[in-house]
Design a protein. Structure first.
Length: 252
């Protein structure tokens, strides 16, 4: 359990360290603008990914993986499937909070583009590494253990929640990272991943969301054009004595 506590503390330290680096994404009128890359924000996710990659060949880290595996599996006989749902909780929380009137940093369109971009980067990275590394899962069910996709999804969402609400309260980010950490722990408890899988997944998730924020203005411009278009639509019912229906008109 000591190792689980240390892993949890590492996640909190990740959030604290990010909070000390000035954010380089400036928001104007609820839209992401003035993108500027800051390498310092890649240090912690880079360390997590590096730890996971080194663990692929390091006998010492492989032994540590086995030690952690034995500790987290002690006195636990059945699988707890909460991690299948908790991986999405941080990202969903952003939309839930906005629905409850707690406005985040960006508009619905902008934050959806950011999250979608993050998921594309994350998924491509995860699938590529799984196909290349072919690490056997702790339960022996398959050879696609490295890195943990569930953990990557959870930490991508946690970073998304943190970025959207850090100007409101850091506690939103802390809650998101706590859920993400719990997801990673349950992946090990459920005999699905090694510690190195979880660490690398966490780093990939965080980095994917950071990159998504940096490139989102370019993605938005590419998809929607240089200027925002004013789009309006009207839905009108009609009845001609025999038929009933709706008419739809859009101007842009």
């Amino acid at each position: 359990m000591l190792k689980i506590i240390l892993f949890s503390l590492l996640s909190v330290m990740t959030l604290k360290a990010q909070n000390t680096v000035k954010d380089t994404v400036t928001v104007k009128n609820d839209t992401v603008q003035n993108l500027k890359f800051n390498y310092k924000q890649l240090i912690i996710p880079g360390v997590l990914i590096g730890y996971g990659l080194i663990g692929l060949e390091s006998d010492q880290l492989k032994g540590f993986n086995s030690q952690i595996h034995n500790e987290v599996k002690e006195d636990i006989d059945k699988r707890i499937t909460i991690d299948d749902f908790s991986q999405y909780a941080p990202a969903v929380s952003v939309y839930a909070l906005n629905g409850l009137g707690v406005q985040g940093k960006n508009t619905l369109k902008d934050r959806t583009i950011i999250l979608g971009t993050s998921y594309v980067i994350m998924t491509a990275t995860i699938l590529a590494l799984k196909s290349i590394t072919k690490v056997e899962r702790p339960d022996g069910s398959s050879n696609n253990s490295f890195p943990s996709g569930h953990t990557a999804t959870a930490f991508a969402g946690a970073e998304f929640l943190y970025q959207e609400y850090k100007d409101k309260s850091i506690w939103y980010g802390i809650a998101g990272y706590a859920i993400a950490t719990g997801t990673g722990v349950f992946r090990m408890v459920n005999d699905r991943h090694w510690l190195t899988d979880v660490a690398a997944g966490a780093g990939i998730g965080i980095m994917s969301t950071k990159i998504a924020y940096w490139v989102s203005p370019y993605v938005t411009k590419k998809i929607f054009g240089e200027k925002e278009k004013n789009v309006s639509s009207v839905i009108t019912p009609f009845y001609n004595g025999k038929q009933i229906g709706f008419g739809f008109a859009m101007t842009f």
